[in-house]
Ligand binder design. Structure first.
Ligand code: ATP
Ligand code: MG
Length: 443
């Protein structure tokens, strides 16, 4: 596989080399190119020190956010290119930040500090590939292998534990056995890692094609920062609707949903409150009454702890809250739910409910065809332009004020009432009809 360098990346390399330094593309962009994937960004590594880099790029817009660690971001052709000086990370007293970084003139030393062999390759448009640790071979075999001694590398920076699982999930790779054993052994190190760094890896892991397999195989790693998961593992449900314990059901539900973060995260957390809600009736059947509300509450605490952005959190919490409701199949019922959730969240709820069902015992309750029917009907109502939001009404607040409605909250209440008349089919969405309806209504 040939590495195709975009123009702006060549330009960055040329500018540094014309000034007498060495520069290479490194890390994810080389890995992705060798796998035949298009890299989402390119990083350079160079023998130039930070002041020398600044001088080389003095005429160009730069961001020096990571300059103390040797990183400068240059805008070339409007594209950000991250350039880092060859460096050796110092020791990691706190397992988080290198105590100090030492710059080095040797590319190989820079590659040796990198986490996995597949991430430790450099490439140059003329000089070709530098693969000092067998990265190409591991790419071929589909293996995540540490550069150097796994115990030492995972102790230096415990985030690498989660990164290993992230690359396993995203690239559909196996973990090399020694690395797998080591990261399980050293998993508690993740307690020291900042929530933002955990979330940045976890969110990408969840969207990988092999996310479920990583959750299944490495549950104890996830339990370090999600202790709420502990009780789910091996928690038998004692109901004919389920074939698996709460954790295996959860993993299957993650696998059954599209790789979209809001959906994957919802499936991971949707039943997290189940163990605490469990009740075994005298007939020996298990029940989990109230689990969506408790799952929502527990998920809210988790998402806050992981510093997940507000908008995503809100969506996930709503989906968890409603994951177990029985949605109505009448037109009015569908329109009310479309109004309550908005269009995107409504269809996401159908996806969540479908995945939940696919991860249950389908001999007992196969709701998938009903959910498909609901989606079809909702799309039909939308295509017909049916009204389910206040803003779609043929009247607005000003119309009602002109007819003597009291200002303030009563206007909203009146519009909601009229919306319900339209949704339930007792009034057409026409201006005169609506005004007449309001005029003659009991108030
Ligand atoms: P992607 O950008 O697709 O997530 P990537 O490999 O570029 O993949 P980044 O997090 O952008 O991942 O890191 C860039 C490179 O820096 C990695 O390829 C790896 O060589 C190195 N690296 C990143 N984080 C670490 C770490 N915690 N320990 C060691 N090396 C790391
Ligand atoms: Mg990257």
């Amino acid at each position: 596989m040939r590495v195709v360098f975009p123009d702006y990346v060549r330009q960055g390399i040329d500018l540094l080399e014309q000034a007498g330094f060495e520069a290479w593309a490194v890390g994810g962009c080389v890995r992705d190119s060798l796998m035949g994937r298009t890299p989402h960004d390119w990083d350079l590594t160079t023998s130039a020190t930070p002041p020398e880099m600044r001088q080389v790029f003095s005429g160009l817009p730069t961001l020096d956010t990571g300059i103390q660690h040797g990183t400068l971001t240059v805008l070339l052709d409007g594209q950000p290119l991250e350039i880092t000086t060859y460096r050796i990370d110092g020791s990691y007293a706190d397992g988080r930040h290198p105590d100090g970084v030492t710059f080095t003139p040797d590319l190989r030393e820079d590659l040796a500090r990198r986490d996995f062999t597949i991430n430790a390759m450099a490439c140059h448009p003329q000089r070709g590939l530098v693969d000092a640790f067998g990265g190409q071979e591991d790419l071929r075999r589909g293996l995540i292998r540490c550069v150097g001694e796994p115990d030492r590398r995972f102790s230096e920076d415990a985030l690498r534990i989660l990164r290993a699982l992230r690359f396993g999930a995203v690239l559909d790779f196996q973990l090399e056995p020694e690395a797998a054993a080591s990261l399980l052994k050293l998993r508690q190190g993740l307690c020291q890692v900042a929530a933002e760094r955990i979330w940045s890896e976890l969110s990408r892991l969840l969207c990988g094609p092999r996310a479920g397999e990583m959750l299944r195989q490495f549950a104890p790693v996830f339990q370090v920062f999600l202790p709420e998961l502990v009780r789910m593992v091996g928690f038998e449900q004692h109901t004919p609707y389920h074939l698996w314990d709460v954790w295996e059901h959860t993993v299957r539900a993650v696998e059954a949903v599209e790789p979209e973060l809001v959906l994957r995260l919802t499936m991971l957390l949707h039943d997290i409150g189940k163990p605490a809600c469990f009740y075994l009736d005298p007939a020996g059947q298990g029940h989990f009454k109230g689990h969506p509300a408790l799952s929502r509450e527990m998920a809210a605490a988790i998402l806050h702890r992981l510093r997940v952005e507000q908008q995503l959190s809100r969506q996930v919490l709503t989906l968890i809250q409603y994951h177990d409701v029985n949605l109505p199949h009448t037109n009015a019922g569908i329109l009310r739910w479309l109004g309550r959730l908005g269009e995107p969240l409504f269809f996401q709820l159908l996806a969540v409910k479908t995945a939940d069902n696919l991860a249950q015992n389908r001999d007992y309750s196969d709701r998938v065809p009903q959910l498909e029917d609901l989606a079809r009907r909702a799309r039909q109502l939308l295509a017909e332009g049916r009204c389910f939001r206040r803003e779609q009404l043929a009247v607005n607040g000003r119309d009602l004020l002109a007819l003597g409605c009291r200002p303030g909250p009563p206007v909203g209440e009146a519009l909601d009432w009229l919306l319900e008349q339209v949704v339930s089919g007792s009034c057409p969405n026409e201006r005169e009809a609506l005004l007449e309806k309001w005029r003659t209504a009991e108030k």
